[in-house]
Design a protein around this ligand. Structure first.
Ligand SMILES: Cc1cc2nc3c(=O)[nH]c(=O)nc-3n(C[C@H](O)[C@H](O)[C@H](O)COP(=O)(O)O)c2cc1C
Length: 184
């Protein structure tokens, strides 16, 4: 017997397709159950000013050339700094780095780098120690996508370690059951 397709909100608890259309809040409601890794894109201006924020909207884009994508809210104060710097480093948090994720997502927080263990990499951007790895980028493209901006960076330097990641789902930081470190 063939099953009839699930349509709209007939079988799901959330909102399905309706005459009212999909609003931002609907998209946010489904995306909160989409698990993501936690990254800290960081950068430095020529003046020495450091900037960075917590970003879940990160993915690889192309292998040749090596391109990676991050998406940042237009209202974020860091957004214009990324544009001005033209270079940045994407740091991927390890499972024991939740505190960094929290500090880098506090609105209006000026002292994100104060107690941070980092150094300035070859590309001129901050590299956070203890992460799973980093992808140091030079800006390739900046694309407006609604109320966010998509930054496409070309990887110019990369470093990594086999470690378990920090994950984020349903507004909570979570850890895998030591998946990678158990399977060395
Ligand atoms: C786990 C997590 C993931 C986040 N992902 C993003 C993201 O992908 N893009 C974004 O613009 N903001 C994201 N945020 C929100 C920013 O980190 C937050 O708004 C931050 O305060 C912005 O800093 P700024 O205004 O100083 O630039 C995320 C926050 C958390 C806690």
């Amino acid at each position: 017997m063939t099953q009839s397709p699930v349509r709209g909100n007939e079988a799901l608890t959330g909102k399905g397709t309706s005459d009212k259309g999909i609003e931002g809040v609907d998209l946010r409601n489904i995306m909160r159950y989409f698990p993501s890794a936690v990254t800290e894109p960081t950068g430095a201006l020529d003046s020495g000013e450091l900037f960075g924020l917590t970003v879940a909207a990160f993915t690889s884009g192309s292998l040749a050339p090596p391109l990676v994508l991050i998406c940042i809210r237009n209202e974020s104060t860091a957004r214009d700094l990324f544009t001005r710097a033209g270079r940045y480093c994407i740091n991927i948090l390890a499972k024991d780095q939740q505190k960094i994720g929290e500090i880098f997502s506090l609105a209006g927080e000026g002292g994100r780098f104060l107690n941070l263990n980092f150094y300035i990499g070859k590309g001129g951007s901050p590299i956070i120690r203890g992460c799973i790895g980093y992808i140091d980028c030079k800006m390739d493209q900046i694309i407006a996508v609604g109320d966010h901006t998509l930054f496409i960076g070309e990887a110019v330097d990369i470093g990594w370690e086999k470690k378990d990641p920090l994950l984020y789902i349903d507004k909570h930081y979570v850890q895998l059951e030591e998946h990678l470190e158990k399977n060395q």
